[in-house]
Design a protein around this ligand. Structure first.
Ligand code: G3I
Length: 357
């Protein structure tokens, strides 16, 4: 079943009675997984009252192996993004051979716990299978491979179960305003972006289609270029619905102009979503760093709530032990709202408060 989009705060507040019914409706399933030690009203319920979703990037193997992890996902988050298992190397490891088994574990969990699913991701320069990355295909063949993947994944398999797709992930270079050379750009030219959006829209006309990027949370040359790209896609009639601001921050670096930056995208008629939030500190973390981190988590949520087209926030993982940060940035870590034992950190309290708890 398609999950309905969260109601906009300016459209209507969710009635207390309706919320109570919804909360009671899933309480039994969630209680079976918990309750956890997080305490207070779960983030997902607070977010629903604000008309936004709070979600998490989830690893289905940990859902199976780590009971505390599973319980927190069920209890705290109203939206689930596949941290890895909807990427191309998992879904189509060999040409024409699709494997939806682990992704389906995740969608089944999400259905059981009344969670919406974000799809991540269709076209990216990483986590592609060797046959695709090394295939040296010409434009015609690559275009047909791209269409087959999107039709099969977005249309045949997940239509109606995934409410939003990161169709294009990280199309720009790490910094600056140039498109990133990758398999798609190099072979199909810049039109690969519009073409992928059109194909995804035909495959599932109800899905919200996103470009997802990092280092674009404040105004800078990269977000300026993303803005120009989004405006020109809309002008050409491409079905682009939203911009994902990944939001991988170092503590103390949330841009002051994040709200203004989000608003220029919503002024184009797009929605924005914070899609991969984590806020890393130097490890081992001291109290002061965790305080700054907590303040930053609060700021990001408040920023989203100040922008009427911001649909919500997804954090990139559950507990500090599952985060991608330490292996990519040695010396940094402790980036998530729960610690290595899944106990709540000050950041968790900040999220609750920012969401009105
Ligand atoms: O699956 C293999 C496993 O078989 C092998 O034994 C193991 C040994 O290292 O590696 C496993 O693959 C790892 C994979 O995650 C699944 O756990 C890769 O090495 C590892 O590089 C990969 O990292 C992921 C990364 O994307 C890849 O670029 C992270 O978990 C994932 O959190 C991260 O997510 C990205 C978003 O998709 C896009 N935005 C940035 C974000 C952070 O990098």
């Amino acid at each position: 079943m398609a999950k309905s989009r969260p109601r906009k705060r300016h459209a209507a507040a969710i009635g207390a009675a309706a919320l109570l019914v919804a909360v009671l409706g899933v309480a039994a399933v969630r209680a079976a997984a918990g309750p956890t030690e997080a305490g207070g009203v779960p983030l997902r319920d607070l977010a629903a009252e604000q008309g936004v979703r709070i979600g998490a990037a989830v690893n289905p193997y940990l859902l199976e192996d780590a009971p505390d992890y599973r319980a927190l996902v069920a209890e705290q988050y109203g939206s689930v993004t596949a941290q890895n298992v909807m990427k191309w190397n998992t879904l189509q490891p060999e040409r024409g051979e699709y494997d939806f088994s682990t992704a389906d574990t995740l969608t089944a969990f999400a259905d059981e716990h009344d969670q919406a699913m974000r799809g991540h991701t269709l076209l990216w320069h990483q986590q592609n299978p060797e046959w695709l990355a090394e295939g040296d295909f010409g434009p015609e063949e690559l275009r047909s491979i791209m269409r087959d993947h999107i039709d099969t994944v977005v249309g045949e398999h997940f239509a109606g179960r995934v409410y939003a797709w990161d169709v294009i992930n990280e199309p720009f270079r790490d910094s600056g305003g140039e498109l990133r050379p990758n398999l798609w750009l190099d072979t199909l030219g810049a039109d690969y972006i519009a073409e992928a959006l059109h194909t995804a829209h035909e495959a599932d006309p109800d899905a919200r289609l996103y470009i997802n990027e990092f280092n674009v949370e404040g105004r800078n040359p990269k977000s300026d270029a993303l803005y120009e790209l989004a405006a020109s896609l809309l002008e050409q009639g491409a079905p682009l619905h939203g911009i994902g601001l990944q939001s991988h921050f170092h503590a103390g670096t949330v841009p002051e102009d994040m709200v203004a930056n989000m608003r220029r995208f919503t002024d184009l008629g797009l929605e924005v979503t914070v899609t991969e939030l984590d806020i890393s500190v130097e490890v081992p973390a001291d109290e002061e760093e965790l305080r700054v981190q907590a303040r930053d988590y609060r700021t990001v949520v408040e920023n989203c709530l100040r922008v009427s087209g911001c649909t919500g926030i997804t954090v990139w993982g559950i507990g500090d032990a599952d985060s991608w940060i330490p292996s990519w940035f040695p010396g940094r870590g402790a980036a998530l709202p729960f610690d290595e034992d899944y106990a709540p950190k000050p950041a968790y309290g900040s999220l609750q408060e920012a969401l009105g708890g």
